[in-house]
Design a protein around this ligand. Structure first.
Ligand SMILES: *Cc1c(COP(=O)(O)O)cnc(C)c1O
Length: 399
C-alpha cells in the first residue's frame, strides 16, 4: 500500500469539510513527502525542447499562468466550493471585478444587491459603464419578486448575504431560481459565510467569490481573493483571468493556504464569542437592534438557519434614536481590545462606526439616521470583550 496517495482516484474516503481543509491542498508524494506544497517563486519555466514549448505537454509554462503553489490553493477552494475550477485574485475586490468581467459584455445589464460591499458599488458604477454595461440595484429582501426587475439585457445578478454593514439576508433559493429562469448568471460574494457555511455553487450560483483576506487568511496579514466557478462558467473565468494578467505573489498564496487549515476551528470560536457578545449587547437599554442572524430571536434568524450551516463573527448593532454621534464616538474611543480598523476575519476584535446615509439607493430596511457600530468579534476571551464594551458604554452614557 502506498501512503500519501496523490491522485483523487486512488482515495477511498469521501472527505468532509474539515478533512478537505487539512488534506485538500496538498499532495505530499509530489513534493518528496513534505507536508506543505513548495512556495514557488517563478517567472521563467524551462522546456526540454522546442516541441514541448508548443504542444501543451508541459504542465507549467510561465509563472503568471500558475505554479504548484497557486494550484494548491485553487484546488482546495474548488473542493470546498464544489467548483469546476478556481482562480486567484490580488484582493477580494479584484476577485469581484474579475468575476463580473468574466460574464458581462457591452450592452448587458447587471442587477446588484443594494447591500453589496461599498467598493463593489464603486467598481460597478464607475468602471462597468465605461465598457457599455449598465447597472441597477435591488432590495436584498425582495425575494422571488426580483423577477420584476429584469430587463431584456439583464445577464447577471450579483448577491451578497448577509449584506455588508446592515446584514440583510437574501432569501437565496428563490432569488437564484428567478435569475436562472431569466437565463442570467448568478454571482455571489460569499465572504461572510466562508466556504464552510454556504456553498453557493451547490445552490445554482455560477461564480462564488471570497475576500480570502478575511477569514481564509485569518491573520490580517495578506490581501487575496478567490473566484470559484461551475463547469459552465469556468472557461470564461479562466480566460478572463489570463487576459487580465492576474497573478498573486506565492508567499501570499502560501499564507492563505496556511490560514485555510484552521478555518473551521477559528470560525467555531468566532461564532461562539460573537453570540456571547451579541447576547450581552441585546440587553443594553441603549441598543435598539442587534443585526446578527445567528442570534436566536433576531429578525433574520430563521432565514439564516434555512440558508447557512453556521455564522462568522461579524455583525452590526444599532443604538436607539436618543443616542448621539458624540456618545457613539466616546464609546468607540474608549475601547481597548476592539481595535478601530477596516477589514475583518483576523484573530483580533475590531469595531467601526456605520452611517447608513448615502450607502443605500434601492432599499430602506433600517430607520434612516440610526447610528450603528459594526463589530468583528475575534478570538479573545469573551468576558474580556464584554468588559471592554462595558467600559465603552460607561464612558458614553455615564460620563
Ligand atoms: C473586505 C470585503 C471585500 C473586499 O476584500 P479586499 O480583500 O479587502 O479587497 C469584498 N467583499 C466583502 C463582503 C468584504 O467584506
Amino acid at each position: 500500500m502506498t501512503k500519501n496517495k496523490s491522485s483523487d482516484a486512488e482515495k477511498t474516503i469521501t472527505p468532509g469539510a474539515d478533512t478537505l481543509l487539512t488534506h485538500g491542498a496538498n499532495t505530499p508524494s509530489d513534493f518528496y513527502g513534505f507536508v506543505n506544497p513548495p512556495v514557488v517563486h517563478a517567472s521563467t519555466v524551462l522546456f526540454p525542447n522546442v516541441k514541448s514549448m508548443g504542444d501543451g505537454s508541459q504542465k507549467y509554462t510561465y509563472g503568471r499562468r500558475g505554479t504548484p503553489t497557486s494550484d494548491a490553493l485553487e484546488s482546495a477552494i474548488s473542493k470546498l466550493e464544489g467548483a469546476a475550477g478556481t482562480k486567484l485574485a490580488t484582493s477580494g475586490l479584484n476577485a469581484i471585478a474579475l468575476a463580473l468581467l468574466s460574464c458581462l459584455k457591452a450592452g448587458d445589464h447587471v442587477l446588484i444587491a443594494d447591500t453589496c460591499y461599498g467598493p463593489t458599488r464603486e467598481f460597478a458604477d464607475n468602471l462597468l459603464p465605461r465598457y457599455g454595461i449598465s447597472v441597477s440595484y435591488f432590495d436584498p429582501m425582495v425575494g422571488a419578486e426580483i423577477a420584476d426587475q429584469f430587463l431584456d439585457t439583464t445577464k447577471a445578478v450579483f448577491l451578497e448575504s448577509p449584506g455588508s454593514l446592515t446584514m440583510e439576508l437574501i432569501d437565496l433559493d428563490p432569488v437564484i431560481a428567478a435569475a436562472k429562469a431569466k437565463g442570467a448568471k448568478v454571482l455571489m460574494d460569499n465572504t461572510w459565510a466562508t466556504p464552510l457555511h454556504y456553498q453557493p455553487l451547490k445552490h445554482g450560483v455560477d461564480y462564488s467569490i471570497h475576500a480570502a483576506t478575511k477569514y481564509i487568511v485569518g491573520h490580517s496579514d495578506v490581501m487575496i481573493g478567490t473566484v470559484a466557478a461551475n463547469a459552465k462558467s469556468y472557461p470564461d473565468l479562466e480566460k478572463t483571468h489570463g487576459w487580465l494578467g492576474l497573478h498573486v505573489a506565492p508567499d501570499d498564496i502560501y499564507l492563505a493556504l496556511r490560514g485555510l487549515r484552521t478555518l473551521s476551528v477559528r470560525l467555531e470560536r468566532h461564532e461562539r464569542n460573537a453570540l456571547a457578545v451579541a447576547q450581552w449587547l441585546q440587553e443594553r437599554p441603549q441598543v435598539d437592534d442587534v443585526l446578527y442572524p445567528a442570534l436566536p430571536g433576531s429578525k433574520s434568524h430563521n432565514l439564516w438557519k434555512s440558508c447557512f450551516t453556521g455564522a462568522s463573527g461579524l455583525f452590526t448593532f444599532a443604538f436607539g434614536p436618543d443616542v448621539t454621534n458624540a456618545q457613539r464616538t466616546l464609546f468607540l474611543d474608549r475601547l481597548e481590545l476592539f481595535g478601530l480598523g477596516f477589514s475583518w476575519g483576523g484573530f483580533e476584535s475590531l469595531a467601526i462606526p456605520v452611517n447608513l446615509k448615502d450607502i443605500r439607493t434601492a432599499s430602506n430596511n433600517h430607520p434612516q439616521g440610526r447610528l450603528m457600530v459594526r463589530l468583528h468579534v475575534g478570538l479573545e476571551d469573551p468576558q474580556d470583550l464584554i468588559a471592554d464594551l462595558q467600559n465603552g458604554f460607561a464612558a458614553a452614557f455615564e460620563g
